[in-house]
Design a protein around this ligand. Structure first.
Ligand SMILES: [Zn+2]
Length: 422
């Protein structure tokens, strides 16, 4: 009988990893990191039985441990979309540069992700060993993101990864009309939240920019390099902001743009994205940064929670002028400078705390489905599957399981290293 083991992301966000076993063969889905000191990984898995690793998407909580497994067997293959492969490599390099040597692999092992990857497109079915076949479906979360569907021992198991059922200016929504499944392993990040309609948030963002431009200020948008920065670019292009005002992009988002230009099939409108890329000014040096702030306009720069990156440099230049605006566009984890900014209008950088005179706004563009979206998408999967709820704070995992129970569905919240028969 086949089995599934939950290696991580149980009642937590971070270190995703799932092992499917049948007879003497295994398949790994995701192998991520949890950021703490030292970084935490799922338990190691023996590589001799492994038929391959499937990766849902590039975010490090799903991909950050891959080199650790790949380095043990150079013949082991990784299956993901080409966009996920390229984005994973730059995120791993960034993590490595910040890690101060505290990772269980070295910089050269990161190239194994590229070397050992068999790029796989959405809807393509790949046989793995004698026991498995695997299909990727668009997950709508970030470019290249996928749900992984595994067929084993006559059953079908879906790993949703992170998903967003709704389309955005950057991404089409997750695949509708999924085939029947017997088991669904689902994320639950926003199982206790309701997101306002996206058009409303987009309109608010544009209004903030227009107001700031009218009073002669600068808009600083600290945004994640992968996905969020490009979504902001597409929104600004769609609403004509890039034509009216200078828009600048900085940090790792620049490399992500280059990657997505190579893989235009993974964005909603390649034409809109290309127009945005061509119109936006790429910041290359510190001199450019000073000039961008002096000239005024909109600056998109990682990091999304003001945790380092070029956004720090800009923050120091814009925080003390009330004509400027700082616009946060993603969830701000407590303890980060972004969360501090929202709560107290202060930001601590190093040993200094800055009072903020600039206007502060929060226009949250989520890349996860909210509670209603999660439920609607999950309930639409045919086959009356058993749900295993992971990838959320403990209360969110319980909340989604409870909502599924209320609708007469079977739902389980697994603990780390629990194994279940399929
Ligand atoms: Zn993610």
């Amino acid at each position: 009988m086949a089995e599934i083991t939950f290696l991580g992301s149980c009642r937590e966000i971070g270190r995703s990893g799932f092992l499917v076993q049948n007879g003497g063969e295994t398949l790994l889905v995701d192998y991520g990191v949890k950021f703490q000191d030292p970084p935490l990984f799922p338990d190691k898995v023996p590589v001799d039985e492994l038929q391959g690793i499937a990766v849902t998407h590039a975010h490090l909580d799903h991909s950050g441990g891959l080199p650790r497994i790949l380095l043990e067997d150079p013949d082991l293959s990784l299956f993901c979309t080409p966009a996920t492969r390229d984005l994973t490599v730059i995120l791993l390099r960034d993590m490595y540069n910040l890690s101060r040597g505290r990772l269980p692999f070295d910089r050269t092992d990161i190239t194994r992700v590229r070397r050992q990857c068999v790029s796989t497109t959405y809807e393509e079915t790949v046989p793995l060993g004698h026991s498995f076949d695997m299909t990727l479906f668009n997950a709508g979360h970030i470019p290249g993101s996928a749900m992984v569907s595994v067929r084993v021992d006559g059953k079908r198991v879906l790993f949703t990864g992170d998903f967003n059922a709704l389309e955005s200016q950057l991404m089409p929504g997750a695949r509708n009309n999924l085939p029947r499944h017997d088991i669904v392993v689902t994320e639950s990040t926003y199982a206790r939240r309701t997101n306002p309609p996206r058009e409303e948030i987009e309109a608010d963002l544009i209004a903030t920019i227009e107001d700031t431009m009218k009073r002669g200020g600068v808009v600083l948008i600290p945004a994640f390099a992968v996905g969020r920065s490009q979504e902001i670019m597409c929104i600004l292009e769609r609403y004509g902001v890039t034509k009216k005002y200078p828009v600048y992009i900085d940090g790792m988002a620049r490399d992500v743009n280059t990657i997505l230009m190579r893989h235009p099939g993974y964005v909603m409108s390649p034409h809109l994205f290309e127009r945005a890329v061509n119109r936006i000014h790429v910041v290359e040096s510190h001199k450019d940064r000073v000039r961008a702030v002096k000239n005024g306009g909109v600056i998109i720069s990682p990091a999304g929670m003001l945790k380092g990156g070029a956004a720090h440099t800009y923050f120091k230049m814009v925080h003390d002028n009330e004509r400027n605006s700082i616009v946060l566009v993603s969830f701000q984890i407590s303890g980060t400078p972004g969360a501090e900014l929202l709560a107290r209008r202060k930001v601590t950088v190093g040993r200094r705390t800055f009072d903020v005179d600039a206007e502060v706004y929060y226009h949250h563009l989520s890349s996860h489905s909210d509670s209603e979206g999660l439920l609607k998408h999950l309930l639409s999967i045919p086959g009356d599957p058993v749900f295993y709820v992971v990838h959320g704070e403990s209360e969110s995992c319980d909340a989604l399981a409870e909502q599924l129970h209320e609708r007469g569905r079977r739902a389980i919240v697994p603990e780390t290293n629990d194994t279940f028969d399929i």
